[in-house]
Design a protein around this ligand. Structure first.
Ligand code: ZN
Length: 857
């Protein structure tokens, strides 16, 4: 009994202490509202809170209070709900639809409505986009509690004047991965030694989502359900202020905006966003963090140039997005040269900034609302000043890829129309049956610019991330600016942005499927998985479909009826299922006799092996790139890939597979026996696919007889004594700009090579974010994609890298090893799940790789 009493007292006092630590100044609190501690059973900072408990607590607040209600805006890959807790005064929440309608009228440049005193400001407090930066979701609980339960005059005023949308966990799948890790290794007493397992998460770590995507790069590319759900919500509310909370290295302090002044200037952003608004908010963070004695820094680091961050995308929607970075405790407590850093301490800074954000937004409400109104008005006036009146685009051979690009435009509320009269621009023909127009003069003009414009002039050269994001190039989309009047047809909507396919007519002889359709590999895999024998045309031909000749290009899939194990009726049913599922066109033919080119019985038709693919993961492997491969095959091809942990490679029987994928990684865990095993397996006729640094590995470990471009001629120059002295302080930027942080360049393709099947143009954009400079293949027939003489399309590169390393180097080669081959990518064809244009190169390697020989002259 005494023990129990002692326990109660200790628990009680530690709770009091914990609450006091975070939010003393906003007392009194409504005793009817449970605090996070009361609800969870432990003080905030003592434990990492699972996502389901976070949701349960916010649900509880919504249940017990008339100042909160909760909505679900999506579901993650792992079926965790994505929620937002709306907090405001009961009056405001009762009139939420009216406030929403008023706000939407305000952001509409064609609506005369202006900001008024009775309109609440919209504040979106977003947390934990990187799952293993966990302090912010815990701060979300404290913030929600404070706003709902505090009876202070200040909080009452906030709720009267604002609607606060708390998104506690933008990345629940990643958060829970880290949460389980930190909790399962937590000691009692806690271990603050940085060497402890608690502070050293295992691969793939919790930063990313289920498919190991960085969701803080996905706001623009919108590949994942988390971002797609959020974007849909975002364009229904257009919050004035949006927070984006992160963590950084344990030995750092705290960061809030303003960011690095020069680099931060996205060329299409109003300057006022960076100067006036950030400086205004910084005063509030300064004041509140000074009060609790927290150290911080500003202005030195981070840039908001790339428009797909949580701290930049809202800026492109007339809001103010705010980046916060907290030194991470990575676990419950860690020792650092500056003393111990506790989880609770990291949470307190994020909580303090959350509350300061609300205060700043409420106190500057009118100004922020006028800023947003002006932002969308200036979109129209900027567009009217521009000579570019719109963009025309469309791929004549691949409607599914075109529609995937349109899907992105529509998600960002960019208006898209059918083209109503054929046009030719820059030598490209755009016909009405496959082309679309995006007018410049629309509220989302800045998103139009983001999607289509390219840049070559930069004020800074060290990028935190990408320096190019013209999404039209990601999709290898033929497009051109329009300067005259626009031929606008009907508007495209999400509902009608679907390719229509005709039902497959029965054939007694064979069926043909164009390889140019983005979904053709998925369709092929479906057929192979149902035991259908399919062949690929290694040369083009024309043949009668119905009664007129139709031309078919390299890679066309031919399905001969006489060679199948199933009846022709069963085959027809399968083909109907394929066209429904993947929206591909399948043509019946009644003859094998072509009007030109190869006949259907030609030996230039190769029976395509079903890929049995395996990929190495864990260890030094890039989880991003591995995730991109996994995501592509899972979500777009419906094809399984076995992910083998590096530590198990020794025991793996490679003969169970015909394709091995090695994405970027150091692969120093593979010993000479492992290398010999790979070489012997490739030599017996299989395909190894390497991407970026795995390509360097294949070359340096002499798996292939290929070379990297002789590196860094400038370094040799500097080796000469005396080295030219430079100021010490400039070392970081000088070295940083040598990196290719992410830019778009043009390659020329050998369209007759199986790895380039499915492409019609011999020029295409690729994404480069590495310094793997690959020399053209030693074989005359081995270089599939090579950088052109004038390769720059979009983004930053030093003249030295451009002229001495990039020009004329290879982007994709294939090298023969025995009866097999190694397909080597210098660039990442699957970057962030959004490079629809180069995905095909990778899928060709998977599906056609085993049919490629590398002839020697
Ligand atoms: Zn982060």
């Amino acid at each position: 009994m005494r023990q129990l009493l002692t326990l109660i007292i200790i628990t009680f006092s530690s709770q009091l202490l914990a609450q006091d630590y975070f939010y003393k100044k906003l007392e009194p609190f409504d005793p009817a509202i449970p605090s996070p501690e009361q609800f969870l059973g432990y003080p905030i900072g003592e434990h990492h809170t699972r996502h389901d408990r976070i949701v349960a607590y916010l649900q509880k607040l919504a249940d017990v209070s008339d100042k909160a209600n909760i909505i679900t805006y999506g579901m993650t890959h792992e079926y965790r709900p994505l929620v937002i807790l709306n907090i405001s005064s009961p009056e405001n929440l009762n009139n939420l639809s009216k406030h929403q309608a008023d706000h939407m009228a305000l952001v509409d440049p064609n609506n005369a409505k202006t900001a008024s005193e009775d309109m609440p400001i919209f504040i979106n407090l977003g947390y934990n986009v990187h799952g293993n930066e966990p302090s912010s979701s815990e701060a979300a609980l404290l913030t929600a509690y404070t706003l709902v339960a505090s009876q202070s005059a200040a909080v009452k005023e906030y709720l009267n004047k604002s609607i606060i949308f708390i998104d506690p966990t933008i990345n629940p799948d990643g958060r829970d991965r880290h949460t389980h890790w930190a909790n399962m290794y937590k000691g009692s007493p806690k271990v603050k030694d940085p060497a402890d397992a608690e502070h050293n998460e295992a691969w793939p770590r919790g930063r990313t989502n289920h498919y190991w995507f960085d969701l803080n790069r996905d706001w623009l590319l919108a590949i994942n359900p988390e971002s797609r759900g959020k974007l849909k919500w975002f364009h229904e509310w257009y919050p004035n202020v949006v927070t984006d909370f992160h963590e950084m290295g344990t030995n750092s302090t705290y960061f809030f905006e303003p960011m690095k002044p020069i680099a931060s200037k996205d060329p299409i952003m109003p300057k006022e966003n960076y100067t006036k608004l950030n400086d205004l908010f910084a005063k509030y963070f300064e004041e509140d963090l000074n009060k609790i004695g927290s150290l911080y820094f500003t202005k030195e680091a981070f840039d908001g140039t790339y428009p797909g961050y949580g701290s930049s995308y809202p800026d492109l929607q007339g809001g103010l997005a705010l980046l916060f970075e907290q030194a991470s405790s990575r676990g419950h407590v860690q020792e650092t040269p500056m003393g111990d850093i506790t989880f609770a301490f990291t949470i307190r800074n994020q909580y303090t900034s959350s509350m300061a954000t609300v205060r700043a937004a409420v106190e500057n409400k009118g100004m922020l609302m006028n800023y947003q109104k002006d932002f969308f008005k200036s979109a129209i006036s900027n567009a009217n000043k521009s000579s570019v009146k719109g963009y025309v685009f469309g791929d004549p051979y691949d409607e599914n890829r075109t529609r995937a690009f349109i899907d992105k435009l529509l998600l960002h509320k960019v208006k898209v129309h059918k083209l109503s009269a054929d046009v030719t621009r820059n030598g490209k023909v755009f016909k009405t049956d496959y082309s679309y127009v995006v007018p410049a003069a629309q509220p989302q003009y800045r998103m139009v610019q983001t999607m289509f414009e390219t840049y070559s002039q930069y004020s800074d050269s060290v990028y935190y991330d990408a320096s190019a994001w013209s999404v039209a190039n990601f999709y290898n989309m033929p497009y051109a600016p329009l300067t005259g009047s626009l031929s606008l047809g009907s508007e495209v909507t999400a509902e009608n942005n679907v390719k229509e396919v005709a039902a497959v007519e029965s054939s007694n002889y064979a069926y043909l499927l164009s390889w140019e359709d983005y979904n053709a590999p998925a369709a092929l895999y479906y057929l192979q998985d149902h035991d259908v024998r399919a062949t690929s045309a290694f040369k083009p031909f024309s043949i009668n479909v119905a009664s007129s000749a139709k031309s078919f290009n390299y890679g066309t899939i031919m399905i001969p009826i006489s060679k199948q194990k199933i009846s022709k009726d069963s085959l027809n049913i399968l083909l109907k299922a394929v066209t429904d599922k993947y929206k591909v066109d399948i043509y019946p033919v009644a003859t094998g006799y072509s009007s030109s080119g190869i006949d259907l019985g030609s030996s230039n038709f190769e029976t395509v092996q079903k890929p049995k693919a395996v990929m190495l993961v864990e260890g030094s492997v890039s989880s991003y790139e591995a995730g991109e491969v996994w995501h592509l095959l899972d979500t777009r091809v419906d094809m399984p890939i076995t992910k083998v942990p590096m530590r198990n490679f020794g025991g793996l029987d490679l003969n169970d597979y015909n394709t091995l994928v090695m994405v970027s990684g150091r692969y120093n865990d593979l010993d000479s026996a492992d290398k010999a095993k790979i070489t012997s397996w490739v030599s017996s006729g299989n395909t190894l696919i390497t991407i970026r640094t795995a390509t360097s590995w294949a070359i340096s470990s002499k798996l292939v007889k290929e070379k990297l471009v002789e590196k860094d001629k400038d370094k040799k120059e500097e080796d000469k004594v005396p080295v030219k002295s430079k100021p010490y302080v400039d070392a970081g930027p000088n070295i940083g700009k040598q990196e290719v942080g992410g830019a778009i360049f043009e390659v020329s393709l050998d369209l007759t090579h199986p790895l380039a099947f499915g492409y019609r143009s011999n020029k295409m954009p690729v994404y480069r974010n590495s310094d793997v400079w690959l020399a053209p293949s030693a074989s005359a027939y081995g270089t599939v994609a090579r950088y052109t003489d004038n390769p720059h399309i979009d983004g930053f590169i030093t003249p030295k890298n451009l002229n001495e390393n990039l020009k004329g180097s290879a982007s994709l080669i294939v090298s023969g090893v025995g009866r097999g081959r190694v397909v080597m990518f210098a660039d990442n064809p699957n970057f962030r799940g959004s490079w629809y244009g180069t995905n095909r190169l990778f899928l060709n390697a998977l599906f056609l790789g085993n049919h490629i020989s590398v002839p020697k002259e």
